[in-house]
Write a protein that binds this ligand. Structure first.
Ligand SMILES: [Ca+2]
Length: 238
């Protein structure tokens, strides 16, 4: 009998391909290549922690093209995060759907957490307050047309209500063949889901040898598909 709580089952699988000799090496800035190295992204991913500020890459100068940077803000336990982008300016390339250059904010620690908003153009985003103690932010720029970007300031807000602390649910999988399933999930995760009425949120990171291939056709994401999520299997082959 499936618990009703699993109607909100959320599963994400991350496929990682390791290339010997390149691990830890920063990506270069050659034309056509996405830049996401620590130097390019420093303003965004590190910023000025003492001031609790972060910026678009290369701020106050124009941000670089073909850039992808990720920042996960983490507040102390029982705190939320408030981010204010209303600094001197907010200037990204404008397009209707914010697909060229954008700042993306998600309510959680992961790139698949609930989207709060995707922002571009010259209009300040609203003040953003997280539901829990994590925010996932992503800056993206495409090949052409850059602007000066933005400066943002964040603060931690002590929650009047006790913020539930979800135990981590992350699994590392490797080898020539492996099987992942709901059975991997510890009972404390299910209990947390039931107690707080939140989605079950787990990640499997599958790492295979370079030039090997995993079969992602089985699934990449399930929402509300309990039967499909109960059992999944991956096979790796040369
Ligand atoms: Ca652009």
């Amino acid at each position: 009998m499936i618990s009703p709580s699993f109607s909100l089952f959320f599963l994400a699988v991350v496929f990682t391909f390791q290339v010997p000799g390149l691990q830890g090496k920063t990506k270069g800035g050659s034309p056509g290549e996405v830049k996401s190295d620590p130097t390019t992204c420093h303003n965004f991913t590190v910023g000025t922690p003492k001031e609790r500020k972060f910026y678009s890459p290369n701020y106050p100068n124009y941000y670089t093209s073909m850039t992808e940077c990720t920042l996960i803000l983490t507040a102390p336990p029982e705190n939320l995060i408030s981010v204010d982008f209303r600094g001197q300016e907010f200037r990204l390339e404008e397009d209707v759907n914010c697909t060229n250059d954008y700042l993306e904010v998600r309510d959680g620690a992961y790139g698949y957490s609930r989207m709060i908003g995707r922002y571009c153009g010259h209009k300040f985003p609203p003040i953003i307050i997280s539901s829990y103690r994590y925010l996932h932010l992503r800056f993206h720029s495409d090949e052409t047309i850059e602007y000066s970007g933005f400066a943002a300031q964040y603060q931690f807000i002590h929650s009047q209500e006790k913020v539930p602390e979800r135990p981590p649910c992350r699994f590392e999988v490797t080898g020539e063949e492996a099987r992942i399933s709901r059975a991997d999930i510890p009972s404390e995760q299910e209990q947390f889901t039931q107690n707080h009425g939140v989605p079950l949120d787990c990640t499997w990171v599958i790492t295979v040898r370079a030039q090997w291939m995993s079969l992602p056709f089985l699934y990449s994401l399930f929402i509300g598909n309990v039967e499909a999520a109960k059992l999944a299997q991956k096979r790796l082959y040369t």
